[in-house]
Design a protein around this ligand. Structure first.
Ligand SMILES: Cc1cc2nc3c(=O)[nH]c(=O)nc-3n(C[C@H](O)[C@H](O)[C@H](O)COP(=O)(O)OP(=O)(O)OC[C@H]3O[C@@H](n4cnc5c(N)ncnc54)[C@H](O)[C@@H]3O)c2cc1C
Ligand code: FES
Length: 364
């Protein structure tokens, strides 16, 4: 029989718990790496993981970039800002959450790729040394850094200018040099009215002082044998070229279809880089540019997403997808891929979110 004092004590504890919630920290277990940590009340999964020094994927920490996307296998979380502002319907249905916005409400089992990056992050002064037009509104921009940078193909760098607080993110547009490099090139699209790209396209940015911080991102080619479907829109071609150049150099033997969405002929670029990748590729390689606003005899027509079913059929079972470009294109592509049977775990992306994403969230 339970002693009356103990009985009373337990009753009081359970009453307090029902009032204030679980007082002790929740336990988190991560697959597939087996990392385990606790999250005190009021802290997000990401905050606790970073305090422990885990290389948990993240960038913005405010729920806009999607870098901390994690699959919740068991347990309950509360979202500080709704995950649906950044994650697609398909991702939510597959159980994905954003670790930087997730307050655990129970013990959790999570699935996330921790510590896969082998590169060291640095902050280095840099000088803009070259710009080259690629289309009417995209240019290749090269910075020379003081400290050598190492990155993985597909990652990006945060660029600060003139000592300001804000940054803009730009993906590396070529495969990394072994042992690090001082010159890094990105493909940058002009956003009319944009603080940084206006200055870049009217020439003022040539005179700016720069600080580059990175590399960041988890958008690298996962090991495997299955075919690869790459989908790019606009300047989103940059990390795809980087990833494919790197894979070609490493003699990766996987069939590949590259779908590139553009409005018209004048928006297509990167032919030289793509031809070089194709000639070095050791398996099947198809390049399918798709024009949404111009009809020509030779090009595919419509939205890039319209051509996903044909690409999946061309590649056969077991394909994984790598997507990069504007958020609406990525969300539509994810929906199409999932509708055609591709599991979410096989879909990797970098959304080129912009400074308006956070303000849309605040306004919603
Ligand atoms: C991980 C990541 C990687 C990126 N990589 C690249 C890259 O390789 N190449 C590249 O060109 N961009 C890339 N971007 C986008 C880039 O960081 C900037 O957001 C973009 O260059 C606009 O900067 P800005 O200062 O000119 O415009 P801002 O001053 O930030 O924006 C001005 C106005 O324009 C609107 N706006 C900004 N960007 C867009 C847009 N893309 N489409 C529609 N409206 C917009 C905003 O709503 C805002 O009202 C990336 C973004 C992320 C998150
Ligand atoms: S780090 Fe969580 S959404 Fe950017």
């Amino acid at each position: 029989m339970m002693e009356p004092d103990k009985d009373r004590e337990r009753g009081t504890m359970s009453w307090l718990k029902s009032l204030f919630g679980k007082a002790e920290p929740n336990k988190v277990h991560v697959r597939p790496g087996g990392e385990a940590f606790t999250v005190p009340n009021g802290e997000t999964v990401l905050e606790s993981a970073l305090k422990l020094g885990l290389a948990y994927p993240h960038d913005c920490t405010v729920g806009t970039c999607g870098a901390c996307r994690t699959r919740l296998i068991t347990g309950k979380v509360e979202a500080i800002t709704p995950f649906g502002y950044t994650l697609s319907k398909e991702e939510l249905a597959a159980g994905y959450i954003l670790a930087c916005q997730a307050l655990p409400k129970s013990d959790l089992e999570l699935e996330v790729d921790i510590a896969a990056s082998t590169t060291r992050q640095i902050v280095t002064p840099a000088q803009l040394i070259d710009t080259k037009p690629l289309t009417h509104d995209i240019m290749a921009v090269t910075w020379k850094t003081v400290e050598a940078l190492t990155y993985q193909a597909g990652q990006y760098i945060n660029v600060r200018w003139n000592g300001g607080d804000t940054h803009r993110s730009y993906s590396f547009a070529s495969a990394p040099d072994v042992g690090g490099q001082h010159n890094v090139t990105c493909f940058i699209r002009h956003v009319p009215g944009g603080a940084f790209t206006d200055a870049l396209f009217d020439g003022r940015a040539q005179e700016f002082s720069y600080e580059l911080d990175g590399p960041h991102g988890q958008f690298w080619l996962r090991p495997g044998k299955g075919p690869i479907l790459c989908i790019a829109g606009g300047s989103g071609l940059a990390p795809i070229v980087s990833l494919l150049q790197d894979a070609a150099r490493k003699r990766v033997r996987r069939d590949c279809v590259l779908l590139f969405g553009a409005r018209g002929e004048r928006d297509l670029y990167g032919d030289a880089e793509i031809s070089e990748i194709r000639s070095a590729w050791t398996a099947g390689f198809d390049y399918w540019p798709v024009l949404s606003e111009e009809q020509t005899e030779t090009r595919r027509q419509g939205l890039v997403t319209d051509h996903i079913p044909a690409a999946i059929e061309r590649l056969g079972p077991g394909a994984s997808a790598y997507l990069c470009g504007p958020p609406p294109m990525i969300d539509a592509a994810i929906a199409m891929l999932v509708a055609h049977g591709m599991p979410m775990e096989q879909i990797f992306y970098d959304k080129f979110t912009d400074s308006s994403t956070a303000s849309k969230q605040v306004a919603a």
